[in-house]
Every structure is written in C-alpha cells, then in structure tokens.
Ligand binder design. Structure first.
Ligand SMILES: [Zn+2]
Length: 215
C-alpha cells in the first residue's frame, strides 16, 4: 500500500480470509505499514474475536467481516483514504465508466454508498458501513466491480486474495483520477458504450466469460 502511494500517513488497512478455517487476518491499527511483519498481524474469527496476535485488529474489522460474509467469493480486502477515490467518496459520486482503463478492472460504474444516518454513525458504525456497501451492490456482481466508495469516507477494494485487493485499490485510485480529469474536460460526458465496456472487461478475462455477459 505505501509503495503504491495508497497509504499516506498510514491510513488504511488490508485483510485476508481463510474461509476453510473461518479466520480473517487483518492489519492492526497501531503498527505502521512499513514496520509490519507477519507476526504483527491479528487473526480473528468470523465474530471478530481475536484468536492470535499481540495487537488489536484495525478499527475497521467489522466492515471487513461484513464484506466477507456478504461477498462469498472474495478473499482479500484493502481499505484506503487515497486522494482521488476519497474525493469521489466525499462528493458522493459514483465513478462513471468513462473508458477502457476503467473497464479493464471494473465492469461498470463504481458505486458510492448512501449517507449513514446519525444513529448508524453513533451505533454499530463499522458494521453499518459494511451494510451500506452491501446495499449499494444490490444487482451488481462484486467480482465484476471489485470496489466501493464509502460516502464521506474512502474506498474499499477487494479481490480473490489480499494482493489482488491491493491491486484493485490501486486501479481504483488511478481510474478515479482519470475520471476526475475527464469530468473536468467534459462535464456532461456520458459513460462509454456497453459494447466498449464489455469488450475491455472480457479481454482481460478471456472469452469464457462472454456467455455470462450476453445473458
Ligand atoms: Zn477509513
């Protein structure tokens, strides 16, 4: 995350899950990325109970657990406050699929969650953040669009492994930056055609998936 410029001031965290054993490994909040070693990572069960590790898990643990619970095919999650994704998140804007770079990673616009109510913010905030992401993905395949913006907060990206999640978080940041520039140049530009989005998304994944898209 720091090498990719995704963790200024050590914001953000990454987790991975072992679904067979029902365990999640997550970065502890109090250790900087650069100082982190495998032994420092915190292991929790699916209820969030620490089963191994010296440190408290990241404060965002319950958001991660909620996403693993709802999106059954993902095995890694990265959370960032990197600038371009967070700018869209704070504005409450979805990131439109303006072109090929976007479609290589995200098969459609990247959703932004609704605003949490005061009760949700003061209540089970981390859990509600996860719920809001799941709610925003109603009708959207989380593997086809492996990231979400959290309104007034930042970005979550996920994938089939923690490394894949970080890669998608980086793609999200680049795509958000390009989209912001695109909107600056052409504020009324619509999304790219479905044909172009399908073409690029599928090219990255092989023709086997074509049937799914054509349904
Ligand atoms: Zn955050």
């Amino acid at each position: 995350m720091p090498k990719l410029g995704l963790a200024p001031l050590d914001w953000g965290n990454v987790s991975g899950i072992d679904r067979t054993r029902g365990l999640m490994v997550i970065k502890p909040g109090e250790i900087a990325f650069e100082e982190l070693s495998p032994e420092d990572m915190t292991v929790v069960d699916m209820a969030g109970i620490v089963v191994e590790g010296y440190y408290k898990p990241s404060a965002d643990m319950l958001t991660h657990l909620r996403l693993y619970q709802a999106f059954e095919e993902i095995e890694g999650i990265a959370h960032t406050h990197a600038a371009w994704g967070t700018a869209f998140a704070q504005a409450g804007h979805w990131i439109p699929a303006y072109g090929a770079t976007h479609a290589d990673f995200f098969h459609g616009a990247v959703p932004c969650t609704r605003e949490l109510s005061d009760g949700e913010v003061f209540g089970e905030y981390e859990q509600e953040t996860g719920n809001a992401i799941v709610e925003a993905f109603c009708g959207i395949d989380p593997l086809a669009v492996p990231a979400a913006l959290v309104y007034r907060h930042g970005a979550y990206a996920w994938g089939v492994s923690p490394a894949d999640a970080v890669k998608n978080a980086y793609a999200l940041e680049e795509v958000a930056k390009i989209a912001a520039y695109t909107r600056m140049l052409s504020p009324e530009l619509p999304q790219a055609s479905q044909a172009l989005l399908d073409k690029h998304y599928l090219m990255k994944r092989g023709a086997n998936n074509m049937e799914n898209i054509e349904e």
